[in-house]
Design a protein around this ligand. Structure first.
Ligand code: ASP
Length: 440
């Protein structure tokens, strides 16, 4: 059995956390490939090492003095090394090399990547695992796109003969061999790529929560945890704002059917959440989760006999495309079509879009509604359960929430509900209560 295990920044913020991580790894001999993040925050108001490194790059780019900032960053690592009592090991030369590189050729990606690189060196030494630099494994094309073929080949070639290895997360190299990083939180992606290339049995992603919750705990008191969720359900929820895992981390493992297990470093005994391609496990509740976002606008276009006008929908979308605005949903009626867009993208260009709609479709009216929030109610069990939509709407009417829009995909995996921004929290609470009180 092969497990690839990724640990997030909060799991590696100081020596105490490092020890917990080492105990977790040593408790299971299948945990063979370890992907660490950079040290995260230790307390409220603390600064992540990655942010300290980006600030260091900014100084370097302006040609300013680096020593003070370098010393602050080095102290974080020295504290970890000291706390772990690692003998005959220091990172003085590494810091000299970082300084030299930033004085000579400062790039933000190089600076940011050193957080994971240094944590990887320490972790490998502490565990007695081999250190493998991802600059020799993970390859980017231009524009931060991954060269999947070359990467998977290299990861497999290089790692398959190493029994236990530490591979820092978050970065790789570009065509010229320069360090390039993923977007923030990208160590999740490294773990997923390594797991996929090695055809691992499971990708464990260790963080500071015990997996996904059925709703945002800032809105619902003590929401239940999600034991198992499919990749498709997760896509719907993360797109709507539920975040534990980097969005792009799903794709590599998903393509080869490897499950992800989200686990809590501070409560390793908790089951966490399993993210799987497909499952026969009967879910406990009709809905798997609820998530949502505020700040949408609905643009409704009305034109008599619109339904028989071929190309009408295309022309409407063209008006948005011409203005570089992507749309989120498009519910329609007989003589109206509504396009839901992000308010911050749309409002600055609204009059241009409206005039383009007029030019292209000659409508009877164009109406704009703002302050719309969208809520996704997601659940693979909804398909086989009669009356789900009815219960959602009954709960909302009971909570005095006016429903402004409904969109149900034909997959019946989710229902999207539009409400006014001010009703957002109440609506989520009402839907949560009605479903989680009633089990399947
Ligand atoms: N250290 C990087 C960040 O803070 C990447 C990661 O933690 O996954 O974004």
């Amino acid at each position: 059995m092969v497990k690839v295990v990724k640990f997030g920044g909060s799991s590696l913020a100081d020596a105490k956390q490092f020890k917990k991580v080492a105990d977790i790894i040593k408790a299971d001999k299948d945990r063979r490939y370890v992907v660490p993040s950079a040290p995260g925050t230790r307390f409220d108001g603390d600064i992540k090492v990655t942010d300290m490194l980006i600030a260091l790059y900014e100084l370097a780019a302006k040609g300013e003095e680096l020593d003070e900032q370098l010393a602050k960053i080095k102290e974080r690592y020295d504290d970890i090394i000291k706390g772990l009592k690692i003998k005959d090991f220091n990172i003085d030369d590494e810091f000299a090399a970082i300084k030299a590189e930033l004085e000579y050729n400062p790039t933000c990606d190089f600076a940011a990547s050193r957080g994971e690189y240094l944590n990887g060196l320490i972790m490998a030494k502490y565990l007695g695992f081999e250190f493998v630099d991802p600059k020799e494994l993970i390859f980017f094309n231009e524009e931060h796109g991954l060269n999947t073929y070359k990467t998977e080949k290299k990861v497999d070639e290089r790692l398959k003969n190493i029994e236990y290895a530490v591979i820092p997360g978050f970065y790789g190299s570009d065509k010229l061999g320069q360090i390039m990083t993923f977007s923030r939180g990208g160590s999740d992606i490294t773990g997923s790529i390594v797991a996929a290339a090695l055809k691992a049995d499971v990708y464990e992603n260790w963080t500071d929560v015990s997996g996904f919750l059925a709703a945002d705990p800032r809105i619902v008191d003590n929401p239940v945890g999600i034991d198992m969720i499919t990749y498709r359900e997760l896509r719907e929820l993360s797109y709507m704002g539920a975040s534990v895992l980097h969005e792009d981390a799903i794709f590599p493992v998903r393509s080869v059917g490897i499950p992800i297990n989200i686990k809590n470093t501070n409560k390793p005994e908790d089951k966490g959440t399993w993210i799987v391609e497909s499952t026969g496990h009967k879910p406990e509740y009709v809905i798997t989760g609820i998530a949502g976002k505020k700040g949408f606008c609905a643009v409704s276009i009305t034109k008599a006999l619109m339904n028989s006008e071929i190309g009408f929908g295309r022309k409407i979308l063209q008006a948005f495309e011409e203005n570089d605005i992507s749309f989120e949903h498009m519910p329609s009626g007989i003589d109206t079509m509504t396009v839901v867009v992000h308010a911050d993208e749309f409002i600055p260009k609204e009059q241009k879009v409206v005039s383009a709609i007029h030019r292209l479709t000659e409508p009877d009216a164009v109406e704009i509604e703002t302050d719309l929030a969208l809520i996704a109610v997601v659940g693979r069990a909804m398909r086989s359960q009669r009356g789900t939509a009815g219960r959602i709407f009954a709960s909302l009417s009971h909570a005095n929430v006016n429903v402004r829009m409904i969109d149900q995909g034909s997959s019946e995996l989710n229902v999207i509900i539009g409400v006014e921004n001010k009703d957002f929290e109440n609506a989520i609470k009402a839907i949560y209560d009605i479903f989680v009180i009633t089990k399947l």
